[in-house]
Design a protein. Structure first.
Ligand code: CA
Ligand code: CA
Ligand code: CA
Length: 550
């Protein structure tokens, strides 16, 4: 299915400033572009460096889809223990005027560092500026070299700036962490996936340093948040906040299958294998250690702990997390001022199931969790679905997490309303246990689009209602019968256009649902479409058909 032609960016947004009119500029970069061009949609540039040299605070740079393959960095390896930077972003935006480096809507630019042969460490993205917003980019392959065992990790995305947003980034297959915040305040890591990272040539041991997300900021660097992220199949940990001197918040994020060779269940000896490693200073006591925040997260199938205090000297907040089949699900091993092992953590409304439930919780501040409430038992009947597969399903159009029934509470579960109010939103009489509030049924949808022939009609204008109407028809060309709910989703619908007859929305895109439909091989289903389009723009969208079992 090809997206219809879109007339985007026809109107420049102008803002009034004290000095007069100043227009935010929009530039374009493409794999087939040239830095001698104008940076327009018709004559895009080729490089990040060229775009950065032109972009001013408030400007947007769109990267067209395709592969941007790097064969070397901005500098040479001065020694085998040097670091080569490839994409350095050292030009800052301003408050309210970030510099935006975004994927062009509906396209996927891929930044590939795997062909580099520089014989030292590599930072694929080296973000040292502030007020920068990266969105929709895929980043892969920051390498180590087989003949060089003098270093630890390379990095996919490395940050030392502040007030940056990393949104909807897919960072994977690096020989080191996918996303690494070394310094800085108020950075937001939103809806980022980091997976299949493995550092085979680290001097500290193969696999020892490839975390999905590392946040290792110093003191007085507050406000760093990870939200809506996923980490899986990384050889070390999913999320690692060791040596972080300021509070880190991780929420609504998932972690699974850490500590193994990526894509396998074979343990890698040096890989720690925790889902969420929330703090610690290498086992040492440190005064004024931050109380990190981990809430509404899910960890499962990790080799070691799902949620781990990692010898942290202070009690971090663990609220409404779900741990399943980890070893253990929650481990609150801390350290006190004398260097003795103690239990550290403030745990409320957490859910532990399968694997080893808890370690080192006696003495921590623990209440209203599944394992310490009388008259509560966790069984498969408590959940709408118990699958631990499919959590890497495609994200929704706005980058948010896929909606899955897995590990969501079922109606009638005794885990509903068994939590305690911790000042966070909830429904019903009280918070539930675990990461997902409420028991509203969630349908598991599969993408039925690839097996469909799609026919779109023309649109006709109703002069009375000023709405435009047409149809879209899907003919099942597979040998599979789709029985159940059929859902049409219109991704990347043109700005200013609305689907007037929508039945809902998913990830910011309008949906039209037909219940109890049977679509056998050779059969056709037709959806009516009614648009409102007050600005009379060209209507473009990407139609997606999903089939679900209610
Ligand atoms: Ca780690
Ligand atoms: Ca139960
Ligand atoms: Ca509730």
């Amino acid at each position: 299915m090809r997206k219809q032609h879109l007339a985007r960016g026809a109107f420049a947004l102008a803002t009034l400033s004290g000095a007069g009119w100043a227009a935010a500029a929009t530039y374009y970069v493409a794999p087939t572009g040239s830095d001698t061009g104008a940076g327009t949609q018709a004559a895009p540039w080729a490089t990040f460096a060229k775009a950065q040299s032109a972009a001013l605070p408030g400007d947007t740079v769109y990267f067209r889809g395709g592969a941007y393959v790097f064969h070397g960095g901005l500098n040479q390896c001065a020694s085998m223990t040097d670091t080569v930077n490839v994409v350095t972003l050292n030009k800052s935006g301003q408050s309210g005027k970030t510099i935006r480096y975004w994927a062009y809507p509906g396209e996927k630019p891929v930044f590939d560092f795997s062909q580099m042969t520089d014989n030292c460490r590599v930072k694929g993205f080296n973000v040292t500026g502030s007020w920068i917003h990266l969105k929709g980019l895929e980043v892969t392959g920051a390498p180590q070299q087989p003949g060089n065992l003098l270093n630890n990790e390379s990095w996919g995305v490395w940050n030392s700036g502040s007030n940056n947003t990393f949104e909807a980034i897919d960072t994977h297959h690096h020989m080191g962490p996918g996303m690494f915040i070394a310094k800085g305040s108020n950075n937001l890591v939103l809806n980022v996936d980091s997976h299949h990272n493995y550092d085979p040539y680290s001097k500290s041991g193969a696999g020892q340093n490839a975390d999905g997300f590392g946040v290792h900021i110093g003191a007085n660097q507050p406000g760093n948040v990870l939200r809506g992220c996923r980490a899986w199949a990384n050889t070390d940990d999913g999320y690692d906040f060791i040596n972080a001197g300021s509070v880190v918040t991780v929420e609504n994020s998932w972690a699974w299958r850490h500590g193994y060779y990526p894509g396998t269940t074979t343990s890698i000896p040096a890989g720690n294998g925790n889902g969420f490693k929330v703090g610690g200073f290498g086992g040492a006591y440190q005064a004024n250690a931050p109380q990190h925040i981990a809430r509404f997260n899910v960890a499962f199938n990790n080799k070691a702990s799902g949620f781990y205090a990692n010898h942290h000297p202070a009690a971090s907040y663990f609220y409404n997390n779900t741990g399943v089949n980890n070893r253990p699900d929650f481990n609150m091993l801390g350290v006190d001022a004398s260097g003795a092992a103690v239990a550290q953590g403030i745990l409320r409304n957490n859910l532990a199931w399968q694997g080893t439930l808890v370690s080192n919780v006696a003495g921590a501040d623990v209440a209203n969790n599944s394992w310490n409430l009388a008259n509560v038992s966790v069984t498969s009947a408590d959940f709408q679905g118990t699958s631990l597969d499919g959590w890497d399903a495609p994200r929704l159009p706005d980058g948010s997490l896929p909606q899955l029934p897995h590990l969501r509470l079922a109606a009638g579960s005794d885990l509903l309303d068994k939590g305690v109010n911790v000042g966070l939103p909830y429904s019903g009489a009280a918070p539930d246990l675990g990461a997902f509030e409420g028991s509203a049924p969630v349908t598991l949808f599969a993408d039925a689009g690839p097996s469909m022939k799609v026919v779109q009609s023309g649109l006709t204008l109703n002069r009375t209602t000023q709405q435009m109407s047409g149809t879209i028809a899907f003919t099942n060309q597979s040998t599979t019968t789709y029985d159940g709910v059929l859902m049409l989703r219109l991704d990347a619908l043109s700005d200013g256009v609305a689907l007037a007859n929508r039945s809902g929305s998913q990830g910011g895109a309008p949906t039209l649902t037909l219940s109890s439909t049977r679509l056998a091989p050779g059969q056709t289903v037709t959806f009516p479409l009614v648009f409102t389009n007050p600005s009379r723009v060209a209507i473009g969208y990407t139609p997606r058909l999903f089939a679900g079992q209610p």
